[in-house]
Each structure stands twice: as structure tokens, then as C-alpha cells.
Design a protein around this ligand. Structure first.
Ligand SMILES: NC(=O)c1ccc[n+]([C@@H]2O[C@H](COP(=O)([O-])OP(=O)(O)OC[C@H]3O[C@@H](n4cnc5c(N)ncnc54)[C@H](OP(=O)(O)O)[C@@H]3O)[C@@H](O)[C@H]2O)c1
Length: 343
């Protein structure tokens, strides 16, 4: 079986390439070449914004399936998908739960409302909205772009929530791991039993390949099941694998909000809105998604980090997100002092 991955050299795309190679696929990747590709792939370098580059890419086909990890603007996605339509059997596009208008406030299923976005929208479309809404709007447009270019029966739209695991360049789990590795009393947002649903990039990769191989068409949320893990599972696993004696201090979330602690950023993965971790992914589970325990994701990410892996830094360009994440040690200490005085 021949597979094309659009992207394929960073976090998720790289996981897909690794899992596919181990599964016997013959893999091509398409990206600009700013990160090394896996040595075993047929790497084609080009830019997703260039129709010419997509035509050149198409000449390397045909493929049984493509998994598109770089669908960010509908217009580019539409043009790229049109160029690939004659040379791919099945098209899996990586979207996100942000495509739902109800995220992060409402429980979500595949039937929930999504943003409207024309298939010729470019990066400036919806610029008047906040960044997260713009991202979701454009992703909804990308979904529609693929459906229109390829046809519903040959298209799978996957909507993951948060993705974690080795090679996570965004910096969410890496921040918690580095914090735990510093030891001491560690601020943690109560309640400890808050359910969370991150998915391991390798489990998402295996599921995307399953959809590609079996040509499972349609829209599918791809998160860990509700109840698969809690915030305490995350924090405790970070403390355990870093083995520096970090002790979580569970702090009231309303008080944290009063102190201006930024949800999602200052304390990565912490968000109190009702829909964030309330995504129904039973369709994915029925289609064969399996999710490893969160502890394994945490342990493997720590192994990657202790082997030299790290989140992408500012000087490494546009993908850098690590600076958005985390509390400084001074701010955390001041918050913990104030919290203790209240007790
Ligand atoms: N990270 C999350 O938690 C999360 C959650 C939900 C959904 N998603 C979705 O999952 C997908 C994959 O996310 P990821 O962050 O793991 O990405 P990825 O596929 O691992 O990395 C991005 C890839 O795209 C390539 N790329 C970027 N800009 C390009 C361009 N202009 N032309 C050609 N190639 C380009 C990069 O290589 P070069 O820079 O060398 O070009 C890299 O190979 C995305 O569609 C994202 O929306 C992510």
C-alpha cells in the first residue's frame, strides 16, 4: 500500500510516518524540508500554498491514500486536493474539534454545528474573530474543501482534540514534565478528578491509517474516551516519571481565575469551560480506535525529552508555541504562598 502524508516531518505527521512504515506502508511525505524527514520515506519538498508544487507532487503518485496534516487554509487545501484527486484513492484530512461552534462550551458529537466557511477562504478570512475561532473556522472550511474536491465517499474528516506524545513541539506536556522535574510543591488546578481526553499522537496515527486502509468515509471525533484519564493522572504521572519528588497542591479553580491565572496557557491543558473535555468519540472507538493509558504517553514523552527532545523554540520559526505555555517559578511560588495563607 502506498501512502502520501502532507506534512510528515513534525509531531503528528512524523508519528503517522513511523506507524505506517512499521505497518508495511510505502510512504511519501510533502513539506518544505525545514525538519529532517524519516530516512525511509520518499520526501518531496514544496509549499502547500503553491499549485505548481502540488502538481509536481502529483507526478510522484499514485497513492492508495493521503493523510493531510497541513490543511490550514481552505483555498490552499482545495487547490491541493484537486491536484491530488486523480492520483489518490482515499483522502483523510486532519481537522480539529475547534471546527465546532460549540467548542469549548458545549458537549460535542459529530452532529454538532460547525463554522461556515467558503472553500476559497484564505488566511485572512474571519480575521475579525479571535485567533481560536479563526483557526476553527478555517479548519471547517478545509473540511469542506476536501469533500468538494474529492467527494464524500472518498473523504474521512478526523477531528482530534489535544494531541500529546513524543515530539510534541507545542509544549503542553513538556511544560508539565519540566515543572515536575524541578521538584517541590507544584501548583495543580483542582479538582484532581477533572476528566481529560488528550490523545496520544501514535494512537491517532494508527487510527488515521486504519481509516485510510479500510476507506472509512465520514466525520469522526478522535479523542480518548470521556473518563479515560483525569487531571490527577496527568500530574501524578509527570511527578512519577520525572522522579524529583514533586508534590501537587490542588488549588481551587475559582481562586486561580481571580488571581488571573491563564487557563490553557499558564497552566497548560487546564480549562474549566464545560465542553473542553466533553467530546463524544464513540464513533471512533466503534471503528477501532484504541487509546493507550495516559501514563504511557507521559513516560514516553519524558524519555524523548531526556534524550534531547524539546518543544520548538522562538528562534526555530513559525511553529514555536512553547513560550505561550507555563507559569514562571516566581509566579507559582507567589501563588502558592498566597493560597497557603488562606488555609
Ligand atoms: N497539535 C494538536 O494538539 C492538534 C490538535 C487538533 C488537531 N491538530 C491538527 O493536526 C494536524 C497536524 O498537526 P501537527 O502540529 O502535529 O503538524 P505536523 O503534521 O506534525 O507538522 C506540520 C508539518 O507540516 C509541514 N508544513 C508546515 N507548513 C507547510 C507548508 N506551508 N507547506 C508544506 N508543508 C508545510 C511541516 O514541515 P515544514 O515546516 O518543513 O514545511 C511539518 O511536516 C494539523 O492539521 C492540526 O490542525 C493538531
Amino acid at each position: 500500500m502506498r501512502l502520501l502524508i502532507l506534512g510528515g516531518s513534525w509531531f503528528l505527521g512524523r508519528s503517522i510516518a513511523e506507524v505506517a512504515l512499521a505497518d508495511g506502508w510505502q510512504v511519501s511525505t510533502f513539506n518544505r524540508g525545514t525538519h529532517p524527514d524519516l530516512p525511509e520515506v520518499d520526501a518531496v519538498h514544496g509549499d502547500r500554498t503553491s499549485v505548481e508544487d502540488f502538481r509536481r507532487l502529483a507526478s510522484h503518485g499514485p497513492w492508495d491514500a493521503v493523510i493531510d496534516c497541513i490543511a490550514f487554509t481552505p483555498r490552499d487545501t482545495y487547490r491541493g486536493a484537486l491536484a491530488l484527486a486523480p492520483v489518490v484513492g482515499h483522502y483523510v484530512v486532519m481537522s480539529t474539534v475547534n471546527a465546532y461552534t460549540g467548542w469549548p462550551d458545549l458537549p460535542l458529537s459529530e452532529n454538532s454545528a460547525r463554522y461556515e466557511c467558503p472553500v476559497d477562504a484564505d488566511a485572512d478570512y474571519a480575521a475579525e474573530h479571535g485567533e481560536l475561532i479563526q483557526y476553527g473556522t478555517l479548519k471547517a472550511g478545509c473540511e469542506q474543501a476536501v469533500r468538494q474536491a474529492i467527494g464524500d465517499e472518498r473523504t474521512t474528516v478526523l477531528r482530534p482534540g489535544v494531541i500529546l506524545g513524543p515530539h510534541e513541539y507545542v509544549g503542553r506536556l513538556p511544560w508539565w514534565l519540566l515543572r515536575a522535574a524541578a521538584g517541590g510543591q507544584m501548583l495543580a488546578p483542582a479538582p484532581a478528578d477533572r476528566p481529560i481526553q488528550p490523545i496520544d499522537a501514535r494512537d491517532l496515527a494508527a487510527f488515521a491509517l486504519r481509516c485510510a486502509r479500510q476507506r472509512i468515509a465520514g466525520d469522526i471525533n478522535v479523542t480518548a474516551p470521556i473518563g479515560h484519564a483525569s487531571f490527577a493522572d496527568l500530574v501524578d504521572a509527570c511527578a512519577e516519571v520525572t522522579a524529583a519528588g514533586a508534590e501537587p497542591v490542588w488549588v481551587d479553580p475559582t481562586w486561580l481565575a481571580q488571581q488571573g491565572v491563564g487557563e490553557w496557557t499558564e497552566l497548560p491543558l487546564w480549562r474549566t469551560r464545560a465542553g473542553v473535555w466533553n467530546v463524544d468519540s464513540s464513533r471512533a472507538q466503534a471503528a477501532g480506535l484504541t487509546c493507550r493509558p495516559l501514563r504511557e504517553t507521559v513516560a514516553d514523552t519524558w524519555s524523548w525529552m531526556t534524550g534531547g527532545g524539546e518543544a520548538v523554540k522562538e528562534e526555530q520559526g513559525e511553529a514555536a508555541r512553547a513560550a505561550e505555555h507555563g507559569l514562571s517559578a516566581e509566579r507559582e511560588a507567589a501563588l502558592l504562598d498566597r493560597w497557603r495563607q488562606l488555609r
